[in-house]
Design a protein around this ligand. Structure first.
Ligand code: NAD
Length: 491
């Protein structure tokens, strides 16, 4: 039933919700397949062109609006998100299986992101004054919006990740065409409704609901789209970046990871084990920054392994709406099957299962529940230690010394997040210097990002400038050098 939070089950284009007609998509709640989600009415590739045209019309007015007035819409939207957080989080949990507490935190985090990035608006057009390039002259730079930008987002943070991109793109003065993940369409509708109800002018945000890869491809290929910010898998993101480069458009792609924690001999073993378990298994290991490898030094190998198995055993897998559940289901039966096969295959190559890695059914509804898995004795080059699984599977890897620990931690194609546990400042700094990742932490689990800190992957984990942080708006603006000779006196 329509409500202020979920006004329609269709796309929002040119200032109107599209009629609820045409092709539909229906899914099931990953926690309980009896709970059917949808139908939603799906955007098709032709809608991408219409949305870009609407955005192009709106871009000039929005981009010309004062940088004091522009962020006021984001601030009002943040207020509406807080008012509606309970309803939005409940739907987010149904769509992706995130526990109620995590869903609530994600939605409220999205409101904070709108406020944090929006508050940078007054400075977004400012550049550097380079003083007189000749007597009586002045040189300076201006940053201006790009016009129409495309945003493509994943299912695992279906509310907060789009908030990051939408806030930066709109604050910088662009009009947006957003293709959210078809896995979480109602969450995307709720965010769109908050922005619309906050007073966003027609055409400034266009949301293409339920669209598949074809809609994303149409957006990426459209010559009026000056830049695309994408978050998702490495495979898709790298392909899209190549298409964008081919037509000279900007690409910001934030991709997968195979994130490692290194536990040194002098680490607080209990703290490291707690961080590894929570970092690996919260949201069933489906965060881009989830821990999927732990590299352990010989002095703490046994004590850390025992503590980790104990911490993992403490975590309760259950229905995500139950406040007693620490971990919900994985996203789908297909993903569940993939994780089970990966664990079996690793075992057949010599890995040992220390705990978990089995499908759970007892006392649970028909859903995609998997017990968190810890494996050891796998080679660091084994697929289980190399490929992003995006599930609750953690591999323990042994390193003889610091150099080998660095080699193993850096020894995948990814470079998103890494962490080192140590009591020694010198070791901490040495690892900060040597770990090849866009986000490096000391004595902290790899997941968890602050909006004022840049977030961008290295190597196959990202391409283009990072999101968030003090330069979050740079990707969405272009710099112009201005030569000013007020008197017109010749050189
Ligand atoms: P995905 O790549 O399958 O999809 C991401 C988005 O791209 C979706 O909206 C999807 O519909 C769209 N898409 C898929 N194929 C497309 C194509 N050919 N052309 C255009 N659009 C296309 O990723 P996902 O399964 O939704 O998300 C999980 C992945 O995202 C994981 O790899 C995870 O690590 C990554 N991720 C990265 C970050 C980060 O900040 N680095 C954050 C969250 C998730």
């Amino acid at each position: 039933m329509a409500s202020a939070t979920f006004p329609r089950r269709s796309s929002y284009l040119g200032g109107s919700w599209l009629p609820e007609s045409g092709p539909t998509d229906t899914r099931v709640n990953p926690a309980d397949s009896r709970d059917v989600l949808g139908p939603v009415f799906c955007a098709e590739p032709a809608h991408a062109g219409q949305a870009v045209a609407a955005a192009a019309t709106a871009a000039a007015t929005w981009g010309g609006r004062s940088t004091v007035l522009r962020p006021q819409v984001l601030m009002r939207a943040a207020g509406l998100i807080r008012e509606r957080a309970g309803e939005i989080a409940a739907e987010l949990t149904r769509e992706v299986g995130k526990t109620a507490a995590e869903a609530q935190a994600e939605v409220l985090g999205g409101a904070t992101v709108l406020e944090t990035i929006g508050s940078a608006a007054p400075w977004c057009g400012g550049g550097r004054i380079t003083d007189r390039y000749r007597e009586g002259t002045m040189g300076f730079t201006r940053r201006q919006p790009l016009g129409v930008v495309g945003l493509i987002t994943p299912w695992n943070f279906p509310f907060s990740n789009p908030c990051v991109k939408i806030a930066a793109a709109l604050t910088a003065g662009n009009a947006v065409v957003w293709k959210p993940s078809p896995v979480a369409p109602m969450t995307a509708i709720a965010l769109t409704a908050c922005l619309v109800d906050a007073g966003l002018p027609p055409g400034v945000l266009n949301t293409l609901i339920g669209g598949d890869a074809g809609v994303g491809q149409a957006l990426v290929r459209d010559r009026q789209v000056a830049a695309v910010s994408f978050t998702g898998s490495t495979e898709v993101g790298q392909r899209l970046a190549a298409v964008l480069a081919g037509r000279g458009a900007r690409a910001q792609v934030e991709l997968g990871g195979k994130n490692a924690i290194v536990v040194l001999d002098d680490a607080d073993v209990e703290a490291a084990a707690r961080a590894a378990a929570s970092g690996a298994f919260a949201f069933a290991g489906q965060k881009c920054t989830s821990v999927s490898r732990v590299v352990v030094l010989p002095g703490v190998r046994d004590s850390f392994r025992d503590a980790l198995v104990e911490e993992t055993a403490r975590l309760r897998v259950g229905v995500p709406t139950d406040p007693g559940s620490d971990i919900g289901p994985v996203i789908s039966q297909v993903a569940l099957g993939r994780h089970l096969s990966a664990v079996d295959a690793a075992r057949s190559r010599g890995a040992r299962s220390l705990t978990g890695g089995v499908r759970l059914t007892e006392g649970l509804p028909e859903g995609a529940y998997l017990s968190p898995a810890v494996l050891d004795r796998a080679s660091a080059t084994d697929p289980i230690a190399q490929d992003e699984l995006f599930g609750p599977v953690l591999v323990l890897l042994d390193a003889a010394d610091h150099d080998e620990a660095v080699r193993i931690a850096n020894g995948t194609k990814y470079g998103l997040a890494a962490s080192v546990y140590t009591a020694d400042l010198g070791s901490a700094f040495a690892f900060v210097e040597r770990l090849e990742a866009g986000i490096v932490k000391v004595n902290e689990p790899t997941p968890g990002l602050e909006p004022h800190m840049p977030a961008g992957g290295w190597k196959a984990s990202g391409y283009g400038p990072p999101e968030l942080g003090p330069s979050a708006l740079d990707f969405f603006t272009r710099e112009k050098s201005v030569y000013l000779n007020p008197s017109g006196a010749p050189a």
